[in-house]
Design a protein around this ligand. Structure first.
Ligand SMILES: Nc1ncnc2c1ncn2[C@@H]1O[C@H](COP(=O)(O)OP(=O)(O)OP(=O)(O)O)[C@@H](O)[C@H]1O
Ligand SMILES: [Mg+2]
Length: 262
C-alpha cells in the first residue's frame, strides 16, 4: 500500500503554541505517514514591518505587499520563521528540510490582483522536489514565497500560505489537508463551530460576513482542495496533540466536503 500523504498548514498565529504540533508531526512521520508542512507567519511579518515603520494592510485576508514589504516577507518567512520551525522539528527527532515555493521551482504564481502588489495566485506546482524529499524520508517545511515573472523578468511573489498548502495537497494527491489555526474551526454567526460544511456554502458565509479576514483564504483553499483531496480540515492547533487527535474518531474542528458528498 502506498503511504498516506498529509499536508499540514501551520498558522503563524499558532507558532509559539505549536510545541505539540511539531512533536506530533514527527510522531506521524515515524508511523510511516508522509508529512509536508506549509507555514504562514502573518503575526511575525506584521511585527517586523512595524519595527521598520511599514504598515500592515489586508484586503479580504490577503496582505497588500509592495516591493519593500516583499523583502521583509521573504526574509521573515523563508528565513526566520522557516528556520525556527525546521530547528524545532529537528530537535523533536525529525529530518526536516526547509524550502520555499521558489526552491526546485516548486510553485509558480501569477499576479491576478495587481492592487495587492507583489501577491500571486499559484498557477502550477512542480512537486518533484517534494517527491524526492519524501522518498528520502525527510519532512519538507515550505515557506509560501513563490516564483513568478513581471515583464518577463523573474521575481518573488507573496502567496497566502493557505493557498500554497491547498495547491500542494492537490499536486501530491494527498490523503488529507489539515489547517492548524488559532480558533476551533469555522465559527457560525453565534460563534459555534460548524463541524461539516459543503463547498457551496463557503461563498454564502463569506458574503454574509460570517467568514471574514484570514478565514476567507483558508475556507476557499479547503473548498478548492476538497474536490480532489479526500479530507480537508480546519482545526485548533493550540490544543495539545491536535494533529494526532486527527487520527482518532470525532476530533472536532471543521470538515469541508465537496458538494457531491454534502
Ligand atoms: N467565521 C470564522 N470562524 C473562525 N475564525 C474566523 C472567522 N472569520 C474570521 N476568522 C478569523 O480568522 C482567523 C484565522 O486566520 P489567520 O489568517 O489570522 O490565521 P492563520 O491563517 O492560522 O495564520 P497565518 O495567516 O499567520 O498563516 C481567526 O483567528 C479569526 O479571527
Ligand atoms: Mg492566514
Amino acid at each position: 500500500m502506498t503511504a498516506q500523504t498529509v499536508v499540514v498548514k501551520i498558522g503563524g498565529s499558532t507558532l509559539g503554541h505549536s510545541d505539540t504540533s511539531l512533536a506530533d508531526t514527527v510522531a506521524l512521520h515515524a508511523r510511516g505517514v508522509n508529512v509536508v508542512i506549509v507555514h504562514g507567519g502573518g503575526a511575525e511579518i506584521s511585527r517586523w514591518l512595524d519595527r521598520m515603520g511599514l504598515e500592515s494592510r489586508f484586503v479580504d485576508g490577503l496582505r497588500v505587499t509592495g516591493e519593500e514589504e516583499l523583502r521583509v516577507v521573504t526574509a521573515v518567512l523563508s528565513g526566520l520563521v522557516n528556520k525556527v520551525l525546521v530547528t524545532d522539528l529537528i530537535a523533536s527527532g525529525g529530518r526536516a528540510v526547509g524550502i520555499s515555493g521558489v526552491d526546485g521551482r516548486l510553485a509558480h504564481a501569477v499576479i491576478t490582483k495587481p492592487e495587492l502588489g507583489r501577491v500571486g495566485d499559484i498557477e502550477t506546482v512542480d512537486p518533484h522536489v517534494l517527491t524526492v524529499l519524501l522518498a528520502a524520508r525527510c519532512i519538507p517545511v515550505i515557506s509560501p514565497v513563490c516564483w513568478g515573472t513581471i515583464d518577463d523578468r523573474p521575481c518573488l511573489l507573496n502567496v497566502n500560505a493557505d493557498d500554497v498548502a491547498a495547491e500542494i495537497a492537490v499536486a501530491l494527491n494527498s490523503t488529507s489537508l489539515i489547517f492548524l489555526t488559532d480558533v476551533p474551526g469555522i465559527l457560525d454567526a453565534r460563534g459555534e463551530v460548524i463541524s461539516r460544511i459543503a463547498s457551496r456554502e463557503v461563498d454564502s458565509l463569506i458574503a454574509a460576513g460570517t467568514i471574514k479576514g484570514g478565514m476567507i483564504p483558508k475556507a476557499r483553499a479547503c473548498e478548492r482542495a476538497s474536490r480532489s483531496v479526500p479530507r480537508a480540515r480546519i482545526i485548533d492547533g493550540t490544543v495539545a496533540h491536535a494533529l494526532l487527535r486527527e487520527m482518532e474518531a470525532d476530533p472536532g474542528g471543521t470538515t469541508i466536503v465537496t458538494d457531491e458528498l454534502a
